[in-house]
Design a protein around this ligand. Structure first.
Ligand SMILES: Cc1cc2nc3c(=O)[nH]c(=O)nc-3n(C[C@H](O)[C@H](O)[C@H](O)COP(=O)(O)OP(=O)(O)OC[C@H]3O[C@@H](n4cnc5c(N)ncnc54)[C@H](O)[C@@H]3O)c2cc1C
Length: 494
C-alpha cells in the first residue's frame, strides 16, 4: 500500500527536438571533455555496482567546478531534463543508475576531485565531491591525521556519494556515520543556486540544519559539490582480537563488557557466524582460521588510540577478554601480534560478501534494530525465514556494535542465479523487512533506498515521516528533476 502522494511526475521528452536542443546547449557549455552522449563512453556508468540495474542516458556530463555544475543544473531545469548524480558508482541500491527511458543525464562529480585545503591544526579538510575515500585517507595520513570512516568500497566511493548515502562502515561504533564527519557542505539546488554552508561552526542556532537535510538524501534534494570534513590525530596504537563465542547472546553481553572496559578506544565490534567463516575459508586459499576450534559465533574487536601504544591497548584487550572468559562469555580468543595479523583478521571479515556470492544466489538485506534487541531479532528471524522459504539458509553478520547486520538469505542448493531471485526474492525481502519493522528497526541501515527499496519504504515507513519527506522534496525540487524515482516513489512519466 502506498500511503503518501508521490512527488510530481518528472517531465518527459516526447519531443526529440527538445532533447537535441538541450544537447546542443550543453555541448556549447562543456565541450567534449565535460560532456558525451557516445553510448560506448557512457556504457560503464549505466549499470550499478551489483549489476542489478542497467539504464539509459541522454548524456554523461562531467563538470569540473561548482560553477559548471550550477550552469548545467540551470540548463537542465530550463529544458526539463532529469539529473542522476553519480560519484564512484559503488552504491548498493541502484541510486546512481538512470532509468531505461534515456531522458535523464548522468551528472558525474568524478572530475571535481581536488582537496582544497587540509589543516592538521584545525582538524579539518575541505574537499570536492569527487575525491575518492582512499585518496582522502592517504592525504590525511601524510599530514599525521586520519579520516575516521572506512569501508570496503573505499577505492571507488567518493565524498559526494558517501555524504549522499550517509555511509557507515566499520568505525561507526565510535565515530558515527558520515553525518558525524561533515562540518560544512556546498550544494547546487534544483534551480541552480549554490547553497554555501562550508564554514564549520561548532555552535550555530540559525534554524534548520540544512546540511543534515542534504546528508542521506541520495541526490534527490541537491547536488553536493564540496564538503568540510573532520579529521582526527593519527592513531598511535591498535589492538585487534578474534574471539570464539557460543552464541549471539554472549556476543551482545561481551559487547557491553568491552564497551565499559575499553571506553573510547573501542572502535569496532563485528560478528561472524560459523557458516560465514567456513565460506570465507573455503573461498580464500590464503585464509587461516584464527582459532583452533570452530565456534558458533565469532567476534572481531578492535581498539585504536592516538594516546596509547599498541602494547598498552593489547594489555587492556587481554584483561577485558580474560574477565569475559572467567564469566563464561568467551570460549577462546586471540589478539593479533602485529598489524599484518590484524589485517588478516579483517580480510576474513571483509571477505564474507564475496564468499557468500560464490555459494550461489542470495537476497541481501542491510538492516538495523536497536542494539540491545539484536540477539533476540537474529534468534527469531533466522528460523522464521528458513521455515518460510524451504531450503534457504539465513545468515546475519557484521556491525553488531551499531545494531546493524547484513542479513543474507541464501537460495536452496541448485537454485539458478537470476531465476531464484526473480521467483522468490521479493517475498523473501518482504518477510525480512516485515520482521525488521516489527522489531522497531530500519530496512536500510547503510546502503540507502535508491531505486531498490522505494516500494518497501512506501509500504513500511511511518506514513507521517513519508508525507514530510515528500513535502520537503516538493519544496526543494518541485519539477522532480533531481534523481527522480529514487528514495521516494515518483509519479509515472507522461
Ligand atoms: C565493496 C563495497 C563495500 C561497501 N561497504 C559499505 C559499508 O560498509 N557501509 C556503507 O555504508 N556502504 C558501503 N558500501 C556502499 C558504497 O560505498 C556507498 O554507498 C558509497 O557511499 C557510494 O559512494 P559513490 O561515490 O560510489 O556513490 P554512487 O554510487 O555514485 O551514488 C550513490 C548515491 O549518491 C548519489 N550521489 C552520488 N554523488 C552525489 C553528489 N555529489 N551529490 C548528490 N548525490 C550524489 C547518487 O545519485 C546515488 O543516489 C560498499 C560498497 C562496496 C562496493
Amino acid at each position: 500500500m502506498n500511503r503518501t502522494a508521490p512527488p510530481s511526475p518528472a517531465p518527459s521528452h516526447t519531443d526529440p527536438s527538445e532533447a537535441d536542443a538541450f544537447l546542443v546547449a550543453a555541448h556549447a557549455l562543456f565541450g567534449t571533455r565535460g560532456l558525451t552522449s557516445d553510448p560506448e563512453r557512457m556504457d560503464a556508468w549505466l549499470t550499478d555496482w551489483r549489476g542489478r540495474y542497467t539504464g539509459r542516458a541522454l548524456a554523461l556530463a562531467s563538470p569540473a567546478s561548482t560553477f559548471e555544475v550550477a550552469a548545467l543544473v540551470k540548463l537542465c531545469a530550463g529544458h526539463g531534463v532529469p539529473i542522476v548524480p553519480q560519484g564512484g558508482n559503488s552504491g548498493m541500491a541502484g541510486g546512481a543508475t538512470p532509468d531505461t527511458s534515456g531522458h535523464a543525464i548522468i551528472l558525474s562529480l568524478r572530475r571535481m576531485n581536488a582537496i582544497r585545503s587540509l589543516s592538521a591544526d584545525g582538524c579539518q579538510v575541505v574537499c570536492e565531491a569527487g575525491v575518492i575515500l582512499q585518496t582522502l585517507h592517504e592525504a590525511a595520513e601524510a599530514a599525521g591525521m586520519r579520516f575516521p570512516l572506512t569501508l570496503g568500497g573505499k577505492g571507488s566511493a567518493t565524498i559526494g556519494g558517501l555524504i549522499s548515502t550517509n555511509a557507515g562502515g566499520t568505525q561507526v561504533l565510535r565515530h558515527g556515520t558520515m553525518r558525524a564527519q561533515v562540518l560544512g557542505l556546498e550544494a547546487v539546488l534544483a534551480d541552480g543556486q549554490v547553497l554555501d554552508l562550508m564554514t564549520p561552526l561548532k555552535k550555530d542556532n540559525r534554524g534548520f540544519d540544512l546540511k543534515q537535510l542534504l546528508i542521506g538524501s541520495e541526490g534527490t534534494l541537491g547536488i553536493i559539490t564540496a564538503a568540510t570534513l573532520r579529521l582526527l590525530p593519527a592513531a598511535t596504537g591498535r589492538a585487534t582480537a578474534w574471539v570464539g563465542l557460543g552464541g549471539i547472546v554472549e556476543a551482545r553481553a561481551l559487547l557491553g563488557r568491552v564497551e565499559r572496559a575499553l571506553g573510547d578506544a573501542l572502535e569496532g565490534f563485528e560478528v561472524v557466524p560459523a557458516h560465514c567463516l567456513d565460506s570465507v575459508l573455503a573461498h580464500q586459499p590464503q585464509g587461516r582460521a584464527p582459532l583452533a576450534e570452530r565456534h558458533a559465533w565469532n567476534a572481531l574487536i578492535e581498539s585504536v588510540s592516538p594516546a596509547q601504544d599498541s602494547t598498552a591497548l593489547r594489555d587492556g584487550m587481554e584483561t577485558a577478554l580474560a574477565q569475559a572468559m572467567e564469566a563464561g562469555l568467551v570460549a577462546d580468543a586471540v589478539i593479533a601480534a602485529n598489524d599484518s595479523q590484524a589485517e588478516a583478521f579483517w580480510e576474513l571479515r571483509d571477505g564474507i560478501s564475496a564468499a557468500e556470492r560464490a555459494l550461489g544466489p542470495a537476497m541481501q538485506h542491510d538492516i538495523s534494530v536497536p542494539v540491545e534487541r539484536m540477539p533476540e531479532f537474529i534468534l527469531a528471524a533466522v528460523p522464521d525465514i528458513e521455515a518460510s522459504f524451504d531450503g534457504t539458509r539465513a545468515v546475519a553478520f557484521g556491525h553488531l556494535g551499531d545494531g546493524n547486520v547484513h542479513f543474507h538469505v541464501l537460495a536452496p542448493t541448485g537454485a539458478v542465479r537470476g531465476v531464484w531471485e526473480e521467483a522468490e526474492g521479493k517475498a523473501v525481502s518482504a518477510r525480512v523487512h516485515d520482521l525488521v519493522t516489527r522489531w522497531g528497526g530500519s530496512i536500510s541501515a547503510e546502503h540507502g533506498i535508491g531505486q531498490m527499496k522505494t516500494g518497501e519504504l512506501a509500504r513500511l515507513h511511518d506514513p507521517v515521516a513519508l508525507a514530510v519527506m515528500t513535502r520537503v522534496k516538493q519544496a526543494l525540487d518541485p519539477a522532480n528533476l533531481l534523481n527522480p524515482g529514487k528514495l521516494l516513489q515518483s509519479g509515472k512519466r507522461n
